[in-house]
Design a protein around this ligand. Structure first.
Ligand SMILES: [Zn+2]
Length: 327
């Protein structure tokens, strides 16, 4: 009869979780913290070699100051992980001007100034608005309707300078209206690239919902790009159809209503399913480089309130901050 000494018994099985996260270019993960209703992802990015002083405009080699010693950490909302809010956490970094000694906050490559969410979170808000109301999108993401509106306005402001990569091959175009109805009405036209249905992508955001708005979107494409478009899907009938007929000579109208909304919904849900499929016994919680979350020093004091999504998902954020303090 074979006996097994207790020490040879198998160790209790530890379940580990692998999550694949797409990162904006130049951004690396330095740590991860799992929380009851949220995910905290510590990120770092390559600092620029030079800094330009916003006050005196002096361009000088970067002289960075970080707040490691006082633990000033920024927390910004990113795309959901496993259907729960995820936050990028990073150390505040400053550039000190050698001439006038003015110090300014270094903006990470994944967000705009004075917001508490990433650029791609903004894009996701736009996508989800196709076929949904601002209230529905706000509920789905756990942010306020005002924040949804603020994001759309920021995206619209960007669209002035917006260019579509002239080398991008686009065979399928979507054109949709979104309308924000709270207080003053705001109508916006969104043009999307539906060439790869698994990766629908917002190409342009333009104010208005008429033929002119649709034309303004299509004019962002080169004439070669417009000639290469084979199908367009529009949700508003006459106005968008007319612009597409006029400017997309080789394209046919596809008549499936809500198609674009469905694609974007699937893209979001697809990401979730993919993540669920990866709940396997692999990898580890904690930083790949072994940087404990506590070292990032998230404290409730340093979570700066602003118009972004942080306040609305306050419980999750407090959890991030709280866990960091306890560890
Ligand atoms: Zn200066």
């Amino acid at each position: 009869m074979e006996t097994v000494s207790p020490s040879l018994l198998p160790e209790p099985v530890m379940a580990n979780l692998t999550i694949e996260i797409d990162l904006p270019e130049g951004v690396t993960i330095t740590g991860y913290h799992r929380l009851p209703d949220a995910h905290g992802v510590e990120v770092a990015w390559l600092w620029p070699e030079t800094g330009c002083c916003p006050r005196c405009k002096t361009v000088a080699p970067a002289r960075m100051e970080s707040h490691l010693e006082v633990g000033k950490t920024r927390v910004v909302r990113d795309l959901d992980i496993l259907g729960q809010p995820a936050f990028f956490c990073y150390q505040a970094v400053f550039h000190r001007c050698p001439k006038c000694h003015h110090r300014h906050d270094l903006l990470p490559p994944f967000k705009r100034k004075d917001t508490s969410y990433t650029d791609r979170f903004e894009k996701q808000v736009l996508q989800l608005l196709i076929g949904s109301s601002e209230a529905e999108v706000a509920r789905r993401l756990g942010i306020s309707a005002d924040t949804v509106r603020f994001i759309v306005k920021n995206q619209l402001a960007d669209s002035q300078a917006f260019r579509v990569d002239p080398k991008r091959v686009i065979t399928d175009i979507g054109m949709d209206e979104i309308s924000l109805k709270k207080r003053h009405k705001l109508y916006v036209t969104i043009m999307t690239d539906l060439s790869d249905p698994r990766h629908p992508r917002v190409l342009a955001v333009v104010p208005g919902r008429d033929e002119k708005a649709a034309e303004a979107c299509l004019q962002l494409l080169t004439s070669e790009q417009r000639e290469a478009v084979l199908r367009y899907r529009v949700d508003l009938g006459a106005a968008y159809n007319k612009a597409c007929r006029l400017l997309l000579k080789n394209a046919q109208a596809a008549v499936d209503r809500f198609h674009v909304a469905k694609l974007f919904g699937e893209a979001v849900d697809g990401v979730r399913k993919k993540n669920h499929a990866e709940l396997q016994e692999e990898a580890v919680e904690g930083g790949a480089e072994g940087v404990p979350f506590a070292d990032v020093g998230v404290s409730p004091r340093s979570v700066e309130p602003d118009g972004g999504g942080t306040r609305e998902v306050g419980s999750a954020l407090r959890a991030v901050a709280g866990a960091a303090e306890v560890v």
